[in-house]
Design a protein around this ligand. Structure first.
Ligand SMILES: Nc1ncnc2c1ncn2[C@@H]1O[C@H](COP(=O)(O)OP(=O)(O)OP(=O)(O)O)[C@@H](O)[C@H]1O
Ligand SMILES: [Mg+2]
Length: 220
């Protein structure tokens, strides 16, 4: 496996960037991959999570990024990059440039969906500064099923297109679940809790981990 780089991006605060970054990192570590997690956010949610991680859990290295270069303490198979809220313009492009694969978590409220739409437009307007072949997809996060918000999300995702007119790949819906909060508090992922307690969440992750493990999420 050549080195995979996955960046989690969305300027909207609290949409689930750190939750996705930490769970993706732990997923690959559990698969036996050498994983590093880079936290570009001065709030250091991912770095704090790493500090809480029990010694017995599969190792995740801490990576740093200086002057656009990723530094890891040793060789890695997968690098996951968590980014801060409110990144725009060149700063946003600099983060996006670090990845082969960009994941955009979004929450299903109308305000968040509209913000995500603007963000995706911005990302495309910055394409000259980013690897054009980068693969981009959205993940709906904190979705409460059978709500008006979920229905609106369906509608949004159905009509959301890239400025080039292509349908934006949408990978999966992650429900609002205490499992994410409990995992975050303990430096763990949902994949490190009893399968019986996290069955539904694991199922919702399947499309995402399958996509990330396949060439479909890699630049052509
Ligand atoms: N699917 C979920 N179910 C329940 N809680 C969640 C879920 N996803 C995220 N959270 C919680 O919501 C809060 C915000 O999530 P998170 O920190 O991942 O967002 P973020 O995009 O990284 O925020 P910021 O922009 O501030 O960095 C956290 O307390 C997190 O535990
Ligand atoms: Mg965060």
């Amino acid at each position: 496996m050549s080195r995979r780089s996955i960046v989690i991006l969305n300027p909207k605060g609290g949409c689930g960037k750190s939750t996705l970054a930490t769970n993706i990192a732990a997923y690959f570590a559990l698969q036996g991959k050498r994983v590093a997690l880079a936290d570009c956010d001065p709030q250091y949610s991912s770095r704090d999570w790493l500090a809480l991680r029990p010694d017995a859990a599969p190792t995740i290295m801490s990576a740093t990024i200086t002057a656009g270069k990723i530094r890891t303490p040793g060789p890695v198979d997968v690098i996951v990059i968590d980014t801060p809220a409110a990144a725009h313009g060149h700063r946003l492009a600099n983060f996006a440039r670090l990845g082969q694969t960009l994941i955009i978590p979004m929450m299903p409220s109308p305000i968040d969906m509209r913000a995500a739409e603007h963000f995706i437009d911005e990302l495309y307007s910055l394409r000259k500064l980013i690897n054009k072949k980068v693969k981009l997809a959205t993940v709906a996060n904190r979705v409460r099923e059978d709500t008006v918000a979920a229905a609106k999300l369906d509608y949004f995702l159905d009509r959301s297109k890239t400025p080039g007119g292509k349908k934006l790949p949408f990978i999966t819906v992650l429900r609002n679940s205490q499992n994410y909060i409990k995992a975050a508090e303990r430096g763990l992922s949902i994949f490190e809790f009893a399968p019986s307690k996290t069955l539904y969440d694991r199922e919702q992750w399947q499309p995402l981990v399958r996509w990330l493990s396949s060439s479909r999420s890699m630049p052509d």
